[in-house]
Design a protein around this ligand. Sequence first.
Ligand SMILES: Cc1ncc(COP(=O)(O)O)c(C=O)c1O
Length: 342
Amino acid sequence: MIDLRSDTFTLPSKDMMETIMAAELGDDVWEEDPTVKKLEALAADKLGKEAGLLVSSGTQGNLVAEMTHLNRGDGVVLEVESHINLYEVGGLAQICGAYPFLVKGQNGLMDPKDVEAIFTRAYNVHYVEPKLLCLENTHNRGGGKVIPQENIDSLAKIAHDNGASVHIDGARVFNAAVASGIPASRIVKNTDSVQICLSKGLGCPIGSVIVGSKEFIHKARKNRKVVGGGMRQAGIIAAPGIYALNNMIDRLEEDHKHAKIIEKAFLEIPGLKVKDVDSNIIIADLTGTKWTPERVTEAFKKKGILVSKIPGIQPMVRLVTYFGITREDVEKVAEVIPEIFN
Ligand SMILES: Cc1ncc(COP(=O)(O)O)c(C=O)c1O
């Protein structure tokens, strides 16, 4: 099977696995695992921040960052189709007790005017006050969209000018960096915290890192403990992370080229809309066509290809390229697309 359901299906390479056996370990709750410390420092350095904290997943990383920025009853401004809003079990509400201000974007891109309108409402005793802005780059539901730098910078300025903090869900920020040619540290320069996933395009089996100021990470460490994220010999997770940050970023370019091959095949199908492919995610929008996500995923499956369905008012299918998906694989996918959509 060619599995394009998500880049989370990536498997670690032999070289990456070997780093686990060689890792020097200690108890990381006691801050005595040297490999974890090395990963956290490396991630912070790559993102231009003071400190980092290893967490178990992207969801945990976003949640711990939110807990660290927010008090109960605070407002959070975020895009309606963001991962934090749609796919993190409402942790913002159920754990942080925060109120979401949802902004409708264009494939994840929020209009600064909409964000400004929320942040600049005059004080009123009835209103929730927004204290955090959450961004996402690349934007998953936006079809792996690379959010333009001017947009990130202007949104961050609006939040900061109005006394709020900025968190960026950078699960795929290195895809954004490779696709745009803008260093990851520049992309996140005007944000206060960042979550990066090691277990997607970077090919690790587990883990994410959050980065920010020393003070932020000091506070976040306690919040991570609250949600059961204090891990002991976590160097076995950190070692592949170090390998990934040193060896797996530049190769993301290959995944993006592969995604373009699939995009091209979809674009040749009359009546089918495809979200612009900027990185490693391809979303075909089936709205107004005779195809349903169920039919399309079944048809792909019969050809030995797994893709994910996104049902709903706007029915879509999603394909994601990653380490382990070869040029031959994507060529096969491109070849069967006209057979499926005939
Ligand atoms: C944009 C984005 N943020 C966060 C996450 C959550 O990561 P995890 O699955 O490690 O919890 C994902 C996972 O797909 C994602 O796509």
